[in-house]
Design a protein around this ligand. Structure first.
Ligand code: FAD
Length: 349
């Protein structure tokens, strides 16, 4: 894409509220682009409690976080929103023509008439390993996610962490992948204790591979690093016995989970109160006309961080945004039950 994508609406955040914003905008015939730092939609529901039951979604007596997100994705399908995942919205700048220039960490650019911030508790980002001297190797020898598995083939690899991601990737690189990707030269799994928060079958498999000397498991923490000729050559691992030894390696993969960061939103010139965007409750407008904030990211007197409150906010924000998109159109409330026009936009004629 050469020029920016010109659109009526950009939604920052694909959590439950960002997803429902697509629906409410869609009913008013406003097309949206949705951006999320996570590689999949669902926000907290998917990242923090995919299999836990939710009991307070109106008219849904019980559903899991994942089921709620699946239903929302199905519900918004008619509106054909475009998703831009795995990238964070970094800058938002008001243009002279009143539109907003929006840019993501992957270089995607938008020019939009309205912006909906549904950023929840912030962008989910990998928790970093804090060890002096390691940061410069991020992206070359230190990784927090696997973008290209082939990069690790034939390398001496250390995987750090005790959850599913750490176990899955350690197993992946210790055995020839089903897709034929070559193995790492050696795999060392490092975790601070001999106990895992991962699928029991993965743990069993890991122990089998260790017994067969196809990989190694160490208990300990990285406390330092060694470099040679400007490259990371090894890490110092301090074990439970408080002794420190150097483990040589080529590549380091760290899976400490994800934590939300408010990040760049604080720099967009919006009125913020205790890490929340202040809005009016008439249209959930922020202090900048054309920018709206819905869901957990906003604050107003009486705010409750509930999904159902976020859904309501989406409806009013869509109506408040319509004049920015259609300055000359009078927008009327219509019922999905009876409106032929809404049936048309929903594709249920
Ligand atoms: P989020 O779900 O937080 O989604 C925001 C998204 O925005 C994230 O995916 C994030 O990566 C993305 N984002 C943020 N900043 C950027 C950026 N700059 N660029 C790109 N993307 C960005 N609520 C209920 O109503 N009922 C319950 O039973 C319930 N149970 C819960 C149980 C747990 C354990 C937790 C943690 C919460 C629970 N909640 C419950 C609260 C509910 O999950 C939140 O209210 C809801 O997820 C808020 O939705 P949201 O879309 O506003 O934000």
């Amino acid at each position: 894409h050469d020029g920016p994508i010109e659109t009526d609406a950009v939604i920052v955040g694909a959590g439950p509220v960002g997803l429902f914003q697509v629906f409410e905008l869609g009913l008013l015939e406003i097309k949206a682009h949705v951006i999320d730092s996570l590689p999949y939609p669902g926000g907290q529901c998917i990242e923090l409690y995919p299999d836990k039951p939710i009991y307070d979604i109106p008219a849904v007596p019980v559903c899991t976080g994942r089921e709620l997100v699946d239903s929302l994705l199905q519900q918004i399908k008619p509106f054909g929103a475009t998703f831009h995942l795995g990238q964070e919205v970094t800058t938002v700048q008001k243009q002279d023509d009143g539109r907003f220039a929006v840019e993501t960490s992957k270089g995607a650019r938008f020019l939009t008439k309205t912006l909906f911030i549904a950023a929840g508790v912030g962008a989910f980002q990998p928790r970093k390993l804090r060890v002096d001297g390691l940061d410069p190797f991020e992206g070359s020898q230190l990784f927090y996610q696997v973008r290209n598995p082939a990069d690790f083939a034939g390398k001496h690899l250390m995987v750090v962490g005790g959850g599913d991601s750490a176990l899955d990737w350690a197993l992946h690189f210790a055995t020839r992948g089903e897709d034929g990707t070559p193995k790492a030269r050696s795999v060392t799994l490092l975790h601070r204790r001999d106990g895992f928060q991962a699928a029991p079958a993965s743990v069993t498999r890991m122990r089998q591979l260790c017994d067969a000397h196809d990989m190694q498991f160490l208990v300990g923490q990285i406390t330092g690093c060694e470099t040679r000729d400007g490259r990371l050559s090894g890490v110092e691992v301090t074990g439970a016995d408080a002794t420190t030894r150097v483990v040589p390696l080529d590549m380091l993969l760290v899976f400490f989970g994800l934590s939300p960061k408010l990040g760049p939103i604080a720099e967009w010139g919006l009125d913020i109160e205790r890490r929340q965007l202040k809005v009016d409750t008439e249209g959930f407008a922020t202090s900048v006309p054309g920018i709206f904030a819905v869901g957990d990211i906003n604050t107003y007197p009486g705010k409750k961080k509930l999904i159902l409150s976020g859904f309501h906010e989406c409806a009013l924000a869509a109506f408040a945004a319509a004049p920015f998109v259609f300055p000359d159109k009078k927008i009327q409330l219509q019922y999905t039950t009876t409106s032929p026009k809404l049936h048309k936009v929903l594709g249920v004629e």
